[in-house]
Design a protein around this ligand. Structure first.
Ligand code: FES
Ligand code: FES
Length: 152
């Protein structure tokens, strides 16, 4: 049994303690925007926010999440896909296949929450998500655009 706060809603779930949070989000709650890539904390496809910090949900046991921890998935980042990062992603047309992109967006949003005007080095250090399509240059451009849009 686990109680989770996901995107502002409380979910009481019948799950084993060692179930990965990613699995609970996708299979039990039905939010499939968060992706399974490597399953071992390497690729970032499964990135979500927990208390405003980006975390790789494949590598977190549901038992290690507290009932009052605020989990936010890509579906909860904004009600209308109008978060500055989402808007910048659309303007720059970042995605190629798209598979890694919800994780990239969550990592970028967490970066900007902590560092509103990141340098290229800040972006490279914070955004370690893997993109097999190689969209890294557009990701970097979109993070800068989002920073400028959000902060004037
Ligand atoms: S699926 Fe979680 S880091 Fe790759
Ligand atoms: S857009 Fe295809 S893996 Fe990143």
């Amino acid at each position: 049994m686990a109680t989770l706060n996901i995107n502002g809603r409380i979910h009481d779930l019948q799950v084993e303690a060692d179930t990965p949070l990613l699995w609970v989000i996708r299979e039990h709650v039905g939010l499939t925007g968060t992706k399974y890539g490597c399953g071992v904390g390497q690729c970032g496809a499964c990135s979500v926010h927990i208390n405003d910090t980006v975390q790789r949900s494949c590598s977190i046991r549901v038992a290690d999440v507290k009932a009052d921890d605020r989990i936010v998935t890509i579906e909860g980042l904004s009600a209308t896909s109008s978060h500055p990062v989402q808007k910048a992603w659309a303007v720059i047309d970042v995605p190629q296949c798209g598979y890694c992109q919800s994780g990239q967006i969550m990592a970028a949003a967490a970066l900007l929450h902590k560092t509103p005007k990141p340098t290229d080095q800040d972006i490279d250090e914070a955004m370690t998500n893997i993109c097999r399509c190689g969209t890294y240059q557009r990701i970097r451009a979109a993070v800068h655009l989002a920073a400028n849009t959000a902060n004037g």
